[in-house]
Design a protein around this ligand. Structure first.
Ligand code: NAG
Length: 512
């Protein structure tokens, strides 16, 4: 009986680590600040045909509209109600997107902001995404409704109500994070309102959630919220499927709050992955790619089946959050492509690819003064659509890293090698490394300052393969370089250190 009960509890919780991908897909793309209408189109015309498993969308809840600074991206992280209404679109557009993406097998995961409402200095009025009234000073959010009873002010013990010391777990959970009004998730009423909001999204057909600022909430409070969540919609998902949960907890080590406190509730964002991979590819602090041989748990990262990994995210690509200057982004495309290629080839973690917008960076004393800038928009503040150029890239400052050939082809690589073991590691003791995934795929990098020329066992069947980094197979022809694998599985690789992309990847489906 006890055993049965234990199994039941374990079975219930085990499901919220599962992204419920369709058709052996393996990667999520974060379409940061995209409009719902554009995401629907992207699912149909690009993500489904190229094997992307799901999309992380920007927070769908109604947010404050900021004038200073003008329409900052982070206004989306300051809710004033749980109406499904934002500069990404209306509730009708959200529903249409979810339906259309689900219809082509692409899951939608919402970024949900449940730790707090808007900033304490947010004022009073209807300067919100859809005109809902609120009064930040009085902590009055009638559209939810929340009142001053629903916030943590009584619990916080710091002089100004702000988090002042990250070594004090009570401050981190009960005080305000950068002035944001901190919800009291210990209250049953607050838990219920949050669960109602998330359940509305589940019932629309979403597959799960990226939960913002989890370090600032008590794991027990989160558990009480997550236990109220519905199972996924039977229209698109297996019966009894639990929503995927991945919690934003920034744990780079050195603070008393640990990622591990959240493992029972769902996956957790592994920020060490982002910071460390950037350091290695940049060759900072004496790091070398050869050290990646035991990448993953061997580097002190969280357990594979608990982690959500990424090269950069919307915060650390602009110096917010944590990770520091080692984090690689589209601003360093050559190293960035290598890092994303490595991530997608490596079996560790549930992978998320970033898709960004470009902004006018303006550095003063090493700090970007324009780190607040929102997405490409018209003078009235509405977000611009994502135009697609004839060469398949995006216009109007949408970067669309997920459409870069090297990254998109590595998303496909990850699908092809799904479930295969990490195998045939080779390194030169420095920054030339290679590894395979069973007999399904092989990748090799030259991040040294000299030529790579080596013959290695790839584990693949003999034949001619098309390198999916320099090109791809099109109409039976390889537009990039070709790799000849002998019947013994061996292939010779030559990669100059001056090449645009000093790495090669081949897989079972790129065989000519
Ligand atoms: C939801 O799914 C779980 C298993 O994951 C199951 O135990 C539970 O009964 C389901 N709940 C409903 C309301 O169907």
């Amino acid at each position: 009986m006890k055993l049965l009960l234990l199994a039941a509890i374990f079975g219930l919780s085990a499901a919220q680590y599962d992204p419920h991908f369709k058709d052996g897909r393996t990667a999520i793309v974060h379409l940061f600040e995209w409009r719902w209408e554009d995401i629907a189109l992207e699912c149909e015309r690009y993500l489904a045909p190229n094997g992307f498993g799901g999309v992380q969308i920007s927070p769908p809840s109604e947010n404050i509209v900021l004038d200073h600074p003008w329409r900052a991206w982070y206004q989306r992280y300051q809710p004033v109600s749980y109406n499904l209404c934002s500069r990404s679109g209306t509730e009708a557009e959200l529903r249409d997107m979810v339906q259309r993406c689900n219809n082509v097998g692409v899951n939608i995961y919402a970024d949900v902001v449940i730790n707090h409402m808007c900033g304490a200095g947010g004022g009073e009025g209807r300067h919100s995404a859809c005109g809902s009234y609120f009064n930040a000073h009085k902590e009055d959010f009638p559209e939810v409704p929340y009142s001053s009873w629903d916030f943590n002010d009584g619990k916080c013990r710091t002089s100004n109500g702000e988090i002042q010391n990250y070594n004090d777990i009570f401050q981190v959970r009960d005080c305000r994070l950068v002035g944001l009004l901190d919800l009291d998730v210990e209250k049953d009423y607050v838990r219920e309102k949050i669960a109602e909001y998330m359940n509305r999204l589940i019932d629309i057909g979403l597959a799960g959630f990226r939960v913002d600022a989890c370090k600032h909430m008590w794991p027990g409070d989160l558990q009480a919220v997550f236990h109220r969540l519905h199972n996924l919609s039977g229209q698109w998902f297996p019966s009894n499927a639990r929503p995927l949960i991945y919690q934003e907890v920034i744990d780079l080590g050195g603070e008393p709050i640990k990622s591990s406190e959240y493992f029972d509730l769902g996956r957790v964002t592994e920020f060490k992955y982002s910071a460390k991979l950037g350091t290695v590819i940049r060759k900072w602090n004496g790091e070398k790619m050869a050290y990646l041989k035991n990448w993953g748990e061997g580097w002190g990262f969280m357990p594979n089946d608990r982690s959500l990994v990424f090269v950069d995210n919307h915060d650390n690509q602009r110096g917010h959050g944590a990770g520091g200057s080692s984090v690689l982004t589209f601003w360093d495309p050559r190293m960035y492509k290598m890092a994303v290629g490595f991530m997608l080839a490596h079996p560790y973690g549930l992978t998320r690819v970033m898709s960004s917008f470009r902004w006018d960076r303006y550095f003063e004393n090493g700090k970007d003064k324009n780190d607040w800038m929102g997405p490409p928009s018209y003078p009235d503040g509405t977000t611009k659509p994502v135009p697609i150029n004839p060469d398949t890239t995006c216009g109007d400052n949408w970067v669309c890293e997920h459409r870069w050939r090297q990254i998109r082809n590595m998303v496909i690589f990850r699908n092809v090698v799904n479930g295969q073991p990490f195998s045939n590691w080779w390194d030169n003791g420095n920054n030339q490394v290679a590894f395979g995934r069973g007999n399904r795929g092989f990748i090799i990098f030259n991040n040294d300052d000299w030529i790579l020329d080596v013959t290695l066992n790839t584990g693949l069947a003999g034949g001619t393969y098309c390198d999916i980094i320099s090109g791809q197979e099109e109409a039976g022809r390889c537009t990039g370089r070709q790799v000849y694998v002998g019947s013994d599985g061996k292939a010779n690789f030559r990669i100059s250190n001056t090449e645009e992309d000093p790495f090669i990847a081949i897989h079972a489906d790129s065989k000519l």
